[in-house]
Structures are given as C-alpha cells and as structure tokens.
Ligand binder design. Structure first.
Ligand SMILES: Cc1ncc(COP(=O)(O)O)c(C=O)c1O
Length: 438
C-alpha cells in the first residue's frame, strides 16, 4: 500500500529528479512510496496533491499552534510585506515582540533569530563566552538542531549499543561529516538520571559551560521529567556556575503561555524558542537573564544574521502571540488533547495493547510498552513496530500523526471537537485493522 495517489506520485517523481530524495529536510522522507506532496493547509487540515484531506497532527513538526493559514496571522504578514521585509535596522515591530515575549515568558531580555538551530547554537556559544568553559551536557534522545555540537545521541541514535552503557554513556554522532574531535566537547547523559548528572557535574564542573536540555523530550515521544529533575539541574547549575539552557523550541508557547518554565515552575538562565512562536513562519528567539544576555556585546561576541528580526517572521510572531494573549488558545487545545489522550488510552486498553499516553495534551506521545519510559533507552525498548503499523494505518485513513512515534501528536487551536471524535473513530478502526493482520 502507498500513501501516494497518482498526482502525488507524479509530482514526487519530479521532485526526486532535482531535490535529493525529493525533500528539503531529511525528516520529511518517509520512503519512496509514502512521502507526500502537500498543496494546501487550512486550520487543522492539510491536503495532498490528489485532494486527499488529512487531520494534521504533525503541524510542520509543531509550529502551527493556531492552525494553518490562520487569518489574523496571514493578514498581519501581508501588511508587513507591503512595507518592506528587511532593513539592517531595528523596527518597532521587533520592540513590540520583545515586550510580548518577555511579558509572556518572564525572560528578562530577548534576541530574535530564524530557526531553532540558530537559537540553541547561539545560546550554547553565549554560555561558553560567559563561563570561559567549553564542554556541555546534553541528554540522550534530545534534539537541538542541525549543527555539529548538537548532533550527538539524538533521537535518531536508534541503536542502544551506540550509546554506551548507562554507567558509561558516550556521545554517538548521528550524521556523517561531523569532525571526530567535536565529541570531546559533548557529554551525553540519560535523561532523568539524578545520580549520573550529579556525579558528572561534580567531577567535571570546571570544564562544563552549559546543561542544554529539552524540558519535555519532544523528540522522544514526550517523555516527561521526573518530579524534581529540572530543579536538580537548576540546583547543580547554581552550585557550579553552569549556564542552564532550556530548549523550548517545541514546548515554548505550546505547553503554557509561558512555556515549560511556567508549566514546571523552573526558571533557566537562557531559553530558546521557535516553532509555535510564529505559527509556521520562520522565527526564533533566545531569551534569558539580563546578565547572561548582555554578554552578547558587539565586538566581544558574535550574535546576529541578515534575517534576524525580519519583518515577516516578526509580524507573524506578534500576531500569533496577540491571539494567544487574548483568546483561550492553550485551554482549548488542552481540552481537545485530554479528550484525545483519554480516548486513545481507552481504545488501546480495550484492545489489550499495553501502552502509555504521556506528555502535555498539546504535544503528547503514544508508546506501546509494558512500562513507562523515563529516558531514551527505555523508549527504545518499546514496541515501535506496532506503533508504526497503527500510525501508518491512521495515515491511510486520513488522520496524520507522524508514523514515527518519537514525534509527539501536535494539536492546534483550530482542531474541533468533531475532529477529535473523527480521529478516535479512525483510531479504533486502524487498531482493529492492524490487529487482524497480526
Ligand atoms: C527541541 C528542539 N530544538 C531545536 C530544534 C531545531 O529547530 P529548527 O528545526 O527550527 O532548526 C528542534 C527541531 O525540531 C527541536 O525540536
């Protein structure tokens, strides 16, 4: 069975001629038969080139918090584009956005960039500049972007043996082309392992500039931090002068208006935002404490780019955050998400499939497993073949979570109660169909 209808297939064949594997991001490649060509998005739906409609739970890997082509955002962008898009000067819209971001999240200062990759890359360099130290800690299964330092032991490291033992984890590169010696700077640890974290920091703090982490493992099925784990990172960073960088590229403006800092009540020194900030337009931000942010001093530190603060991304973010401040966006999404999580769990229980449905309702994970995982190694022990079979079946039937369940189900404000009901009906049909084949 293929997801491609005849028009989609023909376009994809054309794409492959000139674009390697027919995609502009490797994460979009589902194989030659199942990679789609999308022609339109509106609200909670996308349509492929054959006119097949999907209820979209991927939302471009998370950014679309309000809905595709959300009219107030599109309108603000249209107005901005008519007045010029990039100036090499500060604009009033950037000031307005800085005011909104600081008000909503509690960060003291903010700088804009274009992608999550840029934001976390700059944050890491800022931490090094502030501390004079060079190594950093990240967690297995966490993804922070496409630059060399971050491409170790991400959720793409899908072989346990590459990660080393739990007592002696080692950073596993997830791409060819990364200079070998970069791994000297990366300390990769299992998430939620209090003991390993404390032991590592106590032994090496003089070399460690930052702990860079996703507060919820948004690239590993939304595995949650154990109670007290984020507070432990805070405590150790304070004790040893390490910069705590919370990567909120997925959680920011999605799990609460103030992101994971608000959701968990833990404040970091630097925080990175992207995705939901612009409802699908390329915009990102680095926020944080004034003393850390002010280290970005011209002449001392490199932080910038031609398109940082460009009028299009900035307008999209201002419009998105304005809607989020005025309307019950998070509350509505949580209500729908809770109904979906409960419904999915009920169906799987009734069908006798061991599972957990975890994470916040706006970005939850569904894992087929006997026991809830608390780190990426635990996730790798789950039944990913069965979850992929169910999720592919959902896709064939017009409901689109990622087939790879490391990617959470993302929900948007445009998703209706009817969409939730339809999804649950299709979910039940899909599980029944897969069970019949087992
Ligand atoms: C937590 C996290 N950080 C950083 C990134 C990189 O963001 P971008 O793809 O915008 O470069 C991602 C992308 O998925 C992410 O999930």
């Amino acid at each position: 069975m293929s997801m491609q209808g005849p028009k989609t297939k023909a376009l994809y064949e054309q794409a492959k001629q000139l674009i390697p594997y027919g995609v502009n991001s490797n994460f979009r490649y589902w194989g030659d038969d199942d990679t789609l060509v999308i022609v339109k998005g509106e609200g909670a739906y996308v349509w492929d080139a054959d006119g097949k409609r999907y209820i979209d739970y991927r939302l471009g890997f998370g950014p679309v918090i309000l809905g595709h082509a959300y009219p107030p955002v599109v309108e603000r962008v249209r107005e901005a584009a008519a007045n010029g898009t990039v100036f090499a000067w500060t604009t009033p819209a950037e000031i307005e956005l800085a005011q909104r971001i600081t008000r909503m999240t509690g960060v003291e200062m903010v700088r804009l960039s274009n992608t999550g990759t840029e934001a976390t890359m700059h944050a890491l360099r800022l931490a090094r500049a502030c501390t004079g130290r060079e190594r950093f800690i990240k967690f297995e299964g966490a993804y922070h972007g496409m630059y060399d330092y971050a491409l170790y032991s991400t959720a793409s490291s899908n072989q346990l043996k590459l990660l080393g033992t739990t007592r002696h984890p080692r950073p596993a590169p997830v791409s060819a082309g990364i200079p070998r010696r970069i791994d000297e700077y990366v300390i990769s640890l299992p998430f939620n392992d209090f003991e390993r974290l404390e032991e590592t920091i106590t032994a090496h703090w003089g070399d460690i500039a930052a702990v860079l982490f996703e507060p919820i493992m948004g690239n590993a099925a939304s595995i949650m931090p154990r109670p007290g784990f984020l507070e432990k990172i805070r405590e150790l960073c304070d004790r040893y002068g390490i910069v705590m960088i919370m990567d909120e590229v997925k959680t920011g403006f999605r799990v609460a208006r103030g992101g994971a800092q608000e959701y968990f009540g833990v404040r970091a020194d630097l925080v990175t935002y992207a995705k939901a900030l612009g409802n699908g337009f390329p915009i990102a931000a680095i926020g944080g404490k004034r003393d850390v942010m002010m280290a970005a001093e011209p002449g001392f530190f490199a932080l910038g780019g031609t398109y940082t603060g460009n009028a299009i991304g900035t307008a999209a973010a201002n419009a998105t955050l304005e809607v989020m401040e005025k309307e019950p966006v998070i509350e509505t999404i949580f209500k729908r998400g809770e109904a979906l999580m409960d419904g999915i769990a009920e169906i799987l229980t009734r069908m006798d499939i061991p599972h957990v449905v975890i994470g916040p309702p706006s970005m939850f994970g569904v894992i087929i497993t006997q026991e809830e995982p608390y780190d990426f190694r635990g996730y790798l022990r789950s039944d990913t073949e069965l979850s992929e079979a169910i999720f592919m079946e959902l896709n064939y039937r017009g409901v689109q979570p990622d087939a790879d369940n490391r990617e959470p189900w993302f929900l948007c404000y445009s998703l209706s109660e009817e969409d939730v009901a339809e999804t649950l009906q299709v979910f039940e049909d899909a599980v029944l169909a897969v069970k019949k084949r087992l």
